[in-house]
Design a protein around this ligand. Structure first.
Ligand code: IVH
Length: 763
């Protein structure tokens, strides 16, 4: 009997006559129905049951929960109005941990596994018997039966705690709802998977309805099982192979092979390719047989699992923290395929890293159609690794090349090799762009860094959102009521594109039209980021939509733009007023906060403070940065002279101020500010060194260098790292060399440590 026919009968029974088991099933059915109806009504405007039917279902669910209070769940539709917010599944602790498996990739490793076990068990030359089972590429599920009734199903989670997916598991036909002759407590464990045929059909339907297709059957199975709406799960064709067990009130059998047979008798699907093997040679032979039939199975497997057959021996062998000693997964080698590399595209990540992606002529690799592969970085394309050693025999990769693609597990496909014999005669070495393809700013590679990065900062659409989050962070502008989440939402709604826009938001809000970027523009900007699908999801969420749908998105986008902030979801008159007030307050900002907020690479809080102290005013700082040239001239020297500013940071600063787009953006921001407070002058009024630039050189004997530096700064001096015309005083200890010499040349006053201490009144 399967769950669905049993459900129908139960649906007609009065609540007073339901057994606890039946009530539980009814509760799941009604809750699922109501949730689906809520979503259809509130979010899709497509009700599928009448109001009367809806009310009847809700009444019945309330009655059930009243009669069986233990069944009432906090997320029950009886306690909610409209669709519940997206929330996770209840957590389920596993009474017996759900372990993972150790891997073997070679025959040798399987032989070693067998030898290790025989040693452990002290078996000498005796032959150990194993079951050899296909390793199904799906996701594991633990299904609990009590007195023959399915009561709970849980995912593996971290092995100790999983997610309660009972309602969804009930929709899997391979899982019987009732068992006859089973132990009173039986937790069946196995793999949920999807066949290739079902996967293809599901993806065709996904595409037809404008939804995102799944990358492979495993993702499709996982996505389907972890659907919050069991009705959706029910429409997805999931299957299940039982391969083991968790908690049991009595043993199933004495051996693995008999236990599997017993599970099959009870009505579970077990894999027909499972064999009993005597010794490792038989294991290896069976592995090859399975490997040969792999392509024709109609579902994905990624290896063969070898398990000690004798359950008493399994117990003796026991487990390590995560994996049993008595089993090993003999994995298939990564699948490969040759195809043509059509084009190399550059993607710009959230932090500005330029990542090359190979666009391939689509090819099937291990059952999955692959059309993209990662190329890591420019060295990888050139055929050298991080330490400059050749990879692929030093062969570079060019557009038009034939390349060998491989997939290992779930990871992004990679390129293993290139066929020089088939290289088109006109193929040219790939020239990695020196400009960001998203914003046109310079893309530079710092010494020692394998990655080239865009210097466009906030101006670059790929980085804008990340940079805005930084801009409002606690040690930057720190605007109350405008945290990372809000700034992200405002960005996605087209209300702000760059920091300056934050300061014009109140005015636009009052004017009745907030958007300064259209939906197209927002979508275009998102395209640059690392994961377009993630971003579409974020956009849908910002718009309050369940899925991204262009038509609805446009409507919502415009509606949101015209609705005053005070009337937006999650806001009120007071919070909106407070936000605009907090923004207004921030038109006055400390120089160091402003410098830090720009999010310039390598310029953290401490560095921002140093720069603010040194340059004193925004104008002084901006003018110096704009005038500086990397590696030359007095402004460059001055920048490097600041103690704590090294070449890498100096270069980053100067480069930013020479990017047209970013520079203009910074100017627009500064134009919105009322007052940039200069760095605090820490000097005591009577300090003899206030305002002086001091350089320490040689060994200090009565204090450490950092102590001396801190003390000097406390008294209002600037501490520089090297001597220049601007240096007022050099404190030279024993061993002082070139700095003291240069000071002498420039006629700068040089004193020793004792004189210094006397001078500052600390002798
Ligand atoms: S036995 C304590 N048998 O592989 C032993 N696992 O990489 C636990 N899997 O989490 C697993 N087919 O999801 C076992 N015939 C099979 C399997 C199998 C697939 C999965 C399972 C496990 C993962 C470990």
């Amino acid at each position: 009997m399967n769950g669905k026919s049993a459900g129908k009968k139960t649906a007609e029974l009065p609540v007073a006559e339901l057994s606890p088991k039946e009530a539980s099933r009814e509760q799941a059915r009604l809750a699922a129905l109501l949730r689906r109806a809520d979503i259809a009504y509130h979010q899709q405007d497509a009700p599928f049951i009448s109001d009367a039917e809806y009310d009847a279902a809700r009444r019945r669910l309330r009655e059930i929960e009243a009669r069986f209070p233990a069944l009432a769940r906090p997320d029950s539709p009886t306690g909610t109005v409209g669709a519940p917010p997206r929330e996770g599944f209840a957590r389920v602790g596993h009474a017996v941990a759900m372990l993972s498996l150790d891997n073997a990739f070679t025959d040798q490793e399987v032989l070693e596994f067998d030898a290790r076990l025989r040693r452990f068990l002290g078996l000498g030359e005796a032959v150990l018997s194993y079951t050899s089972e296909p390793k199904i590429d799906g996701l594991s599920l633990s299904v609990r039966y009590e007195n023959g009734h399915l009561v709970q199903a849980a995912t593996r989670g971290d092995g100790h705690t999983g997610e309660d997916v009972t309602a969804n598991a009930r929709t899997i036909d391979d899982l019987p709802e009732h068992l006859t002759g089973a132990p009173a407590v039986l937790e069946v464990r196995g793999e949920v998977y999807m066949t290739h045929a079902d996967f293809a059909e599901l993806n065709a339907a996904q595409r037809a309805s404008g939804d995102r297709p799944f990358a492979n059957p495993r993702n499709a199975a996982a996505g389907s099982l972890r659907q919050l709406d069991p009705a959706v799960s029910a429409s997805r064709p999931l299957k299940f192979f039982a391969y083991g067990w968790g908690q049991l009130s009595e043993p199933l059998a004495d051996t693995q092979i008999d236990a599997l047979a017993r599970l099959a008798e009870l009505g579970f699907a077990t894999n027909p390719l499972t064999r009993l093997c005597h010794g490792p040679e038989e294991l290896l032979r069976h592995y090859r047989e399975i490997e040969a039939t792999r392509a024709d199975l109609g579902y994905d497997i990624d290896g063969v699992v070898c398990k000690v057959n004798d359950l008493a021996l399994q117990r003796r062998l026991g487990s390590r923290s995560n994996t049993p000693r008595w089993a090993i997964a003999h994995k298939f080698p990564a699948e490969t395929a040759w195809t043509r590399l059509l084009r190399i595209d550059i993607q710009v990540g959230r932090t500005g890293a330029l990542s090359p992606v190979a666009r391939l002529k689509p090819v099937t690799v291990g059952g999955v159609v692959v059309s993209n592969a990662t190329l890591h970085n420019e060295d990888y394309i050139r055929g050298i690794d991080a330490s400059g050693n050749p990879i692929r025999g030093g062969r570079d990769i060019r557009e038009g090349d034939w390349v060998k693609v491989y997939r290992a597990g779930d990871v992004i496909p990679k390129i293993a090799d290139v066929d020089l014999a088939r290289r088109p005669p006109d193929a040219r070495p790939y020239e990695f762009p020196a400009r960001c393809p998203e914003c046109g700013s310079d893309a530079i590679r710092e010494p020692g860094d394998a990655v080239r990065r865009c210097t466009g900062g906030m101006y670059c659409p790929a980085q804008a959102m990340e940079r805005l989050r930084h801009f409002v962070s606690r040690n930057a502008f720190d605007i109350e009521g405008l945290g990372a989440k809000q700034v992200e939402t405002f960005y996605l709604l087209g209300w702000i594109r760059e920091p300056a826009d934050i300061f014009t938001l109140a005015e636009r809000d009052a004017g009745g039209e907030k958007a300064i970027a259209g939906l197209e523009d927002v979508l275009n900007r998102l395209r640059g980021g690392a994961d377009p699908n993630e971003q579409k999801k974020a956009l849908a969420e910002a718009l309050g939509l369940e899925h991204f749908d262009p038509e609805r998105a446009r409507e919502r986008f415009e509606e949101r733009s015209r609705t005053p902030l005070a009337r937006q979801h999650g806001w009120g008159v007071r919070s909106a007023r407070n936000l605009f007030h907090a923004i207004e307050e921030r038109r006055r900002i400390a120089l160091e906060r402003l410098i830090f907020a720009l999010g310039i690479r390598h310029v953290g809080e401490a560095a921002a403070k140093l720069l603010a102290r040194h340059y004193r005013s925004w104008d002084g700082f901006a003018r110096a940065m704009s005038a500086a040239r990397v590696g030359e001239g007095p402004e460059w020297e001055e920048l490097l002279n600041i103690d704590g500013v090294g070449e890498v940071m100096a270069r980053a600063l100067v480069i930013v101020f020479h990017q047209e787009g970013e520079r203009a953006l910074i100017e627009r921001l500064v134009a919105q500010l009322r007052e940039i407070e200069p760095a605090r002058e820490a000097a005591a009024p009577d300090s003899p060194i206030a305002g002086k630039t001091v350089v320490f050189t040689g060994t200090l004997e009565r204090m450490t260098r950092s102590e001396a530096k801190a003390q000097a700064e406390r008294l209002g001096a600037r501490v520089a790292g090297s001597v220049s015309k601007k240096t007022d005083l050099v404190v030279a200890g024993p061993g002082a060399g070139s700095k003291a010499k240069r000071a002498a040349e420039l006629g700068v006053e040089i004193i020793d440590e004792d004189t210094w201490l006397e001078l500052i009144g600390d002798a």
